[in-house]
Write a new protein. Structure first.
Length: 269
């Protein structure tokens, strides 16, 4: 079983083995870091966190204490520029103790699961967040800070601009597949940003396998195929993006791109 198959097998379990699946995603890019090896590193961290958690408080208080303990141990958001893929690859996040909010959240979610703390992910635009079901606040996985409705509105304005109103759709709980798909999108962008299209292509393909893709997902893969000079594959993704998009202006841009693609004729035998 290769890493991709192992990832999908973890996702198919009931309940899904989210953390293990994320380790298998990393194994596609870091074959020298086996999930078993990284598990031992994680178990050491889990012990350091467990001994510091209060035992007789609510899940909301224990979840915040868990995140603050991670912060005390040096876990923080990676502010390197330009951001490297290691900010999203769990083995390197565990080793460096710096990463993107989603990667930090995946670590926190596994620690919470082991401690019996009800904690879930929230697919907030531009910044992944956490929540204890029933609590009146969200949690920032990088700091443990509580985010109330006004804080979420301010965060949304910073991410998407003042024209967007906060709605229930922005605060939905993320499924395991949605978290892994978002992780794969992050990796695709990071690998593409540092000029590694083949690595980014692995992530782009995984995005499409983990759940329903968007027009943007197909466009992103089309751009990678363009960079790799694969016009037939690029054409396929542009056509899929056109089918998924409801934007007339986008349709015109895609039609123009399709018209410009030169696909070599098939050889005659």
């Amino acid at each position: 079983m290769n890493p991709r198959q192992a990832c999908l097998a973890c996702l198919a379990q009931e309940p899904p083995a989210l953390f293990e699946a994320a380790l298998w995603i990393a194994a596609e890019h870091l074959p020298q870091h086996s999930p078993e090896q990284i598990r031992r590193l994680f178990d050491s961290l889990a012990h350091q966190v467990a001994v510091a958690l209060p035992a007789s408080t609510t899940d909301a208080e224990r979840a915040q204490a868990l995140l603050r303990r991670l912060s005390e141990l040096g876990f923080a958001e990676d502010d390197e520029f330009p951001l490297q893929p290691r900010a999203a690859l769990l083995p390197q996040v565990l080793q460096r103790r710096h990463g993107q909010p989603l990667s930090l959240a995946l670590i926190a979610l596994e620690l919470a699961r082991q401690q019996g703390i009800a904690l879930v992910g929230v697919n907030f635009p531009g910044r992944f967040l956490l929540r204890v079901p029933g609590a009146d606040h969200l949690l920032d996985p990088a700091t443990g800070r509580r985010l109330y409705t006004r804080d979420c509105r301010d965060l949304l304005v910073r991410q998407l601009g003042p024209q967007v109103e906060l709605s229930a759709a922005h605060l939905q709980t993320a499924s395991a597949a949605e978290m892994l798909q978002r992780l794969s999108r992050n990796l695709r962008q990071l690998h593409q940003g540092i000029g590694e299209p083949l690595a980014a292509l692995k992530d782009a393909q995984r995005v499409l396998e983990l759940g329903p893709p968007s027009a943007g997902d197909h466009l992103a893969r089309a751009d990678l195929y363009h960079a790799l000079e694969c016009p037939q594959a690029e054409r396929y993704d542009l056509e899929r993006a056109m089918l998924l998009s409801d934007d007339p202006a986008e349709h015109m841009r895609l039609a123009q791109r399709l018209a410009e693609i030169s696909v070599p004729p098939k050889a005659l035998h």
